[in-house]
Ligand binder design. Structure first.
Ligand code: UDP
Ligand code: MG
Length: 310
């Protein structure tokens, strides 16, 4: 199951590598590709590939809904006893698939590929990922595996559990962690993109990170209670100190600098905490609209009407 967004440049290499591996590893299989509102000729390219690949099913979404939604769309259409999700750019090496299937046959319900290191990512992206997982694991009630990508094998029971989750704002990695099940981790080196360019800029990653934290923890909301209590405590002590000083040494007027600093500091804290509140209210708003996660324009099934059931 592969989500694609403007991946025309990588499709040929992808299928060239993927097909021999899966036909060797699995008796029967299907390849579900979700075209997530590509603006290039990805769809035409896929339909061309479908002529020669009868296992290929293409789900064409009506616009770009984002990778998380595209993955959900794909999983909803997968029919196999298990499904493997991977990226189109061969950063999730298909060579691992036989090993994943092996683990699945041994009884694991999820097999996750974990990047051994992030050498192929920029320094900024690597360190922000590190900070993100540290924060997430500190505030969330669950344990998240750092550097686990979206390359994973999911048993049918996991897929059903995942699809049964009703929320609209989805952070898939968290949802898979939430549903649980027996999980096996496979370490691998993440190679460079085979072609094209990354679809995630810093803004999108930041959005995903905020989504991840706010979906799985209400700690950012409660934090302000503690901050407020601490500041109130300090203010009380400071107030007492000033009162005492006034009684002993009398009134003195200076204090402009400390006044301005205090006003700005509290202004900042107020805005910050309102912003955090806004994150959660926005989330309630999104959920209450009950909109579907994605809209399918059309399902392109292969012509030979008997696709192999995996
Ligand atoms: N992708 C998608 N919808 C989007 C953005 C990305 O379906 O809105 C797909 C993309 O085509 C690729 C996968 O998600 O198959 C991972 O994207 P990318 O390689 O750009 O992410 P990175 O490896 O940089 O994290
Ligand atoms: Mg990639």
């Amino acid at each position: 199951m592969i989500p694609v967004h403007n991946e025309s440049a990588t499709l040929d290499t992808l299928f060239g590598t993927l097909l021999p591996i899966v036909s060797g590893a699995a008796g029967s299989f299907e390849i579900v590709v979700v075209n997530d509102g590509s603006a290039d000729d990805t769809l035409q390219h896929l339909l061309r590939l479908q002529q020669s690949t009868p296992q290929l099913r293409v789900i064409d979404l009506s616009r770009n809904f984002g990778k998380e939604a595209a993955l959900t769309a794909g999983l909803r259409h997968c029919r196999g006893a298990c499904a493997i999700t991977l990226d189109a750019d061969l950063q999730d090496p298909p060579e691992l698939i036989p090993q994943m299937l092996q683990k699945w046959r041994e009884g694991y319900e999820t097999v996750v590929a974990v990047h051994a290191d992030r050498d192929t990512d920029s320094f900024l992206r690597r360190s922000s990922a590190h900070a993100f997982y540290a924060v997430l694991n500190a505030v969330a009630d669950m344990r998240f595996v750092p550097n686990a990508g979206d390359f994973r094998l999911l048993d049918r029971v996991v897929i059903e559990a995942f699809l049964a989750l009703p929320e609209r704002t989805r952070y898939n990695k968290g949802l898979f962690a939430w549903v649980g099940f027996r999980q096996h981790l496979i370490e691998h080196q993440r190679p460079e993109r085979s072609g094209g360019s990354s679809k995630f800029n810093f803004r999108r990653l930041l959005r995903l990170a905020i989504e991840g934290i706010t979906s799985f923890s209400s700690f950012p909301l409660q934090l302000w209670t503690y901050v407020g209590m601490t500041i109130a405590g300090i203010s009380f002590l400071y107030g007492a100190a000033i009162a005492l000083r006034t009684v002993i040494w009398g009134v003195d007027v200076p204090g402009y600098a400390s006044l301005i600093v205090a006003v700005m500091f509290f202004g900042g804290i107020n805005l910050l905490s309102i912003g955090v509140l806004g994150e959660y209210v926005g989330r309630i708003f999104m959920e209450s609209k009950q909109r579907p996660l994605y809209v399918v324009r059309r399902l392109h099934e292969p012509d030979s009407a008997a696709p192999g059931k995996p």
